[in-house]
Design a binder for this molecule. Structure first.
Ligand code: C2E
Ligand code: MG
Ligand code: MG
Length: 788
């Protein structure tokens, strides 16, 4: 090791060495950093290696200098430099570097130090003190006069000696950063400093610059890598990625935008993101963007939105927005857009299927009940009858299915659905509850009259004929309406009431509307007890027969009677056949009941014929399906004829079209056997069923009875006249006669006469009446004829 005197004489050349070694060590450090930045993807080991090489070089050079110049004060100073070099290796940021350097300066200058300052240099080359340390620790930003020392100094270069504003000796040494921010260190001493101090300070400055550059490089590299990673991610994402600025204007679009949305970069660059948004969703999106822009950095939000593609088609997109406005590599709102149209369509389809009727597309029962529930919950006013529910059941729909096939039945149901849609307001819900059962929820009606009006509109719409397979089909319906009656009404209660009202409409002869009344509950209970009582009615003699005259329309000459059953219930009074015949059909009681009516009617006609032998009247008796299919039908009819002694040709059996369609071949065989007995056959309520012409030709019938619905319509419109004419023409073509049913008014009679209809029955000529009343009528007629 060299002596202290040698060191003092060799001071100046030794400083040259020191400067040279410093420069070399900095150069090596840079070489290492450049190698790691430019040549590798994995900076960690290279960075450390670079820093280590730099440090080691410095240590070696300092050691070798120590061997040349064994000055004791220099030993201490160089130890400090060595220590600093080691410490800087683990500095994590610029402030740590500053602190270590200033502490090292304090150690190097020792007792002579007034204070030392880290001097920052701004872009215009102005130097200003950033951090100050005195022998006892940090100093506040008190005016120490350092600014004066810095004034006019060149910011870089070798140590410069000057004085501060207070006249204290000051050395300013540059921290020659290349990558990091340039700086300087100012050292203010109490008295003049020794010249060797410059060289040590110069080394400290170089070490600081090296450390700051290494940190800056590492940070730049990190940024570059994270930006590259971000770019990679965005470029290869299958989702479209758009980066918008604070103002919502598009600054970047990933290549996949072309595939997902069809726009090129030139189309979108600088335009507002709103341009891609469907008008329905613009407001929604602007709220979404606002929340993102004003939200916390890196906050994420998602949104389902409809976007317009370049070809103007609309897609459903899921947009994930991230606020990366503060993120240096991005500085924008990142919108990741995924086309979910397919998924959405499938979801919509599944949801639709779960809540809609597949055939008509109307709401199904589940959705309907849900809507009723919501409507009931929503209602606030107590004086409105809504929500109201209308139950609509097609009359005799089975006939359409049986005669025209299920395809035609389906078509009719679809037409009914369409008509329901058109006669409702947008807030009302039409539904198909199953089979031929429909329902409508009316959400908003001020009073009962307007509820009823909707019911009538529905009925009118359904009663328009429907063309199916070139044939006019009538979808008549019975409508039951129930309204909200009290605040706690449940959907079940409302629906049950509407159902009961609909039953009442059916019982009232179909094709009409009934509003629910509480008494209908009792009637429903009644129906059950009626069933039991009906079984005993025939034996108890409660079934009576009334007779309605059938006349020649032109002359009003009596040509016959229709026998109609009446149930005279001991407590309930007269019960209409419309009510009890269907129950009798259901239970099978129709067979003995029908036999009773047949015998009565045959016996009665025989009596009247005997009283008026010059007359030749006919007696019509209704037969239901069950009676026609009953194995003993022929036997029963034969017996009735035999026991009454009636001429078989004066008995006319009336069957509805529905009977003909039940089991065509068997029914046809039966009818032929009846014809063999010599009785006549009429098709009742003609026009309400859908028998095909080819089938009708095979039916051995004698008379068509035109349903009273067509006759009643003759009062107002011409199309009905056309229909009645068609039926009459049909009868003529087939060589059969026709009887108009339910003639009530003169205008109908006039119309019928004009159309050439010969026979009719109805209240205009005589209501159904008991035999005693008819006795009197016949006697009066006979007397009138005799006196004439
Ligand atoms: P239907 O065979 O078509 O009988 C004619 C119905 O029209 C009778 O109703 C009759 O009272 C009614 N009517 C006649 N003229 C007029 C009129 O000008 N205006 C109106 N509004 N109605 C008129 P009713 O007696 O209530 O019988 C209803 C249905 O019940 C009958 O219709 C028939 O299908 C069935 N029915 C009645 N008695 C029997 C029976 O003994 N056996 C079977 N199987 N069915 C019967
Ligand atoms: Mg009849
Ligand atoms: Mg009839």
């Amino acid at each position: 090791m060299a002596s202290r005197s040698e060191a003092s004489t060799a001071g100046v050349p030794a400083r040259g060495w020191l400067a040279a070694t410093s420069v070399l060590s900095i150069g090596l450090g840079f070489a290492a950093i450049v190698a790691l930045v430019g040549g590798s993807d994995e900076p960690g080991p290279w960075l450390l290696a670079g820093a280590a090489i730099g440090a080691c070089t410095t240590i070696l050079l300092v050691r070798s200098r120590l061997e040349l110049e064994p000055e004791p004060r220099d030993f201490a100073r160089e130890d400090v430099v060595l220590e600093l070099t080691r410490a800087l290796g683990s500095a994590v940021d610029a402030s740590a570097v500053r602190r270590l350097v200033l502490d090292a300066v304090t150690d190097v200058v020792g007792d002579e130090l007034r204070y030392t300052a880290w001097v920052a240099i701004n872009a215009r080359g102005v130097m200003y003190p950033l951090e100050m340390v005195g022998p006892t620790g940090r100093l506040d930003r008190a005016n120490l006069g350092i600014e004066g020392a810095l004034q006019g100094l060149a910011p870089v270069g070798a140590p410069r000696r000057t004085v501060d504003s207070a006249g204290h000796p000051t050395i300013v040494v540059g921290v020659p950063c290349r990558t990091g921010e340039p700086a300087a260190v100012a050292v203010v001493t109490l008295g003049p400093a020794d010249v060797e101090l410059d060289a040590t300070l110069d080394m400290l400055g170089s070490q600081a610059a090296l450390a700051l550059d290494a940190l800056a490089q590492a940070e730049a590299l990190h940024e570059k890598r994270s930006e590259a990673r971000f770019q990679q991610l965005v470029r290869h994402s299958s989702d479209a990625v758009i980066i918008a600025g604070r103002d919502g204007r598009i600054r970047y679009q990933s290549p996949s935008v072309v595939r997902v949305l069809g726009y090129l970069t030139v189309d979108l660059d600088g335009t507002s993101f709103d341009r891609l948004v469907h008008p329905d969703d613009v407001e929604h999106v602007s709220g979404f963007m606002d929340q993102l822009v004003h939200g916390a950095p890196e906050s994420v939000r998602t949104l389902d939105v409809q976007l317009i593609r370049a070809d103007e088609s609309v897609i459903h997109a899921e947009v994930v927005g991230s606020n990366l406005l503060e993120t240096p590599d991005v500085r924008g709102i990142v919108l990741t857009i995924r086309d979910v149209s397919g998924r959405r369509a499938l979801e919509d389809q599944l949801r639709h299927q779960a809540f809609h009727d597949a055939l008509t597309g109307l709401s199904n029962r589940a959705l309907f009940i849900d809507r009723v529930e919501h409507a009931l919950a929503r209602i606030r006013r107590s004086d409105v009858p809504t929500p109201a529910v209308a139950f609509i059941d097609l009359d005799d729909f089975k006939l359409v299915n049986d005669s025209l096939g299920h395809g035609a039945g389906d078509e009719l149901l679809c037409v009914v659905a369409d008509r329901l849609r058109t006669c409702l307001r947008s807030g009302d819900t039409p539904a198909r509850l199953g089979g031929d059962e429909f329902a409508v929820l009316l959400e908003d009606a001020p009073d009962m009259a307007s509820v009823l009006e909707v019911g009538e509109r529905i009925l009118d719409a359904l009663h328009e004929p429907v063309m199916i397979d070139g044939r006019s089909v009538y979808a008549r319906a019975s409508v039951g309406i129930a309204t909200r009656r009290h605040a706690n009404m449940t959907p079940d209660e409302l629906l049950r009431n509407a159902d009961l009202a609909m039953y009442a409409a059916k019982a009232n002869g179909k094709g009409c509307i009934e509003m629910f009344e509480p008494s209908m509950h009792l009637k429903a209970v009644d129906r059950l007890s009626i069933r039991g009582e009906l079984e005993r009615s025939v034996d108890r003699g409660e079934i009576a027969v009334v007779y309605q005259p059938i006349v020649q329309l032109g002359s009003r000459k009596l040509v016959g009677f229709e026998a109609l059953a009446r149930w005279r219930h001991p407590e309930r009074g007269a019960i209409s056949p419309v009510e009890f015949i269907p129950i009798a059909e259901d239970t099978g009681i129709i067979v003995p009941l029908g036999k009773h009516v047949l015998n009565q009617a045959c016996g009665q006609l025989a009596t009247w014929q005997a009283a008026y032998p010059q007359e030749r009247w006919r007696m019509s008796v209704n037969l239901s399906t069950r009676q026609v299919l009953h194995p003993k039908l022929l036997e029963t009819v034969d017996e009735a004829l035999t026991s009454s002694g009636l001429d078989p040709s004066t008995l006319m059996l009336e069957l509805t079209e529905s009977v003909l369609l039940t089991d065509s071949e068997q029914v046809l065989r039966r009818l032929h056997r009846l014809k063999d007995l010599g009785v006549q056959i009429a098709i009742d309520d003609f026009g309400t069923g859908y028998s095909s012409l080819s089938y009708l030709q095979r039916v051995p019938f004698d008379v068509l009875k035109i349903d009273r619905a067509f006759i009643a319509a003759l009062r107002q419109d011409r199309p009905s006249a056309t229909l009645v004419r068609t039926i009459l023409d049909l009868g003529r073509t087939l060589g059969r006669s026709a009887i108009a049913e339910g003639v009530e008014e003169q205008i109908e009679l006039d119309g019928l006469l004009e159309l050439g209809c010969e026979l009719g029955q109805g209240n205009l000529f005589g209501m159904p009446a008991e035999s005693a009343v008819i006795d009197e009528m016949l006697a009066e007629r006979a007397a009138a004829t005799a006196s004439a």
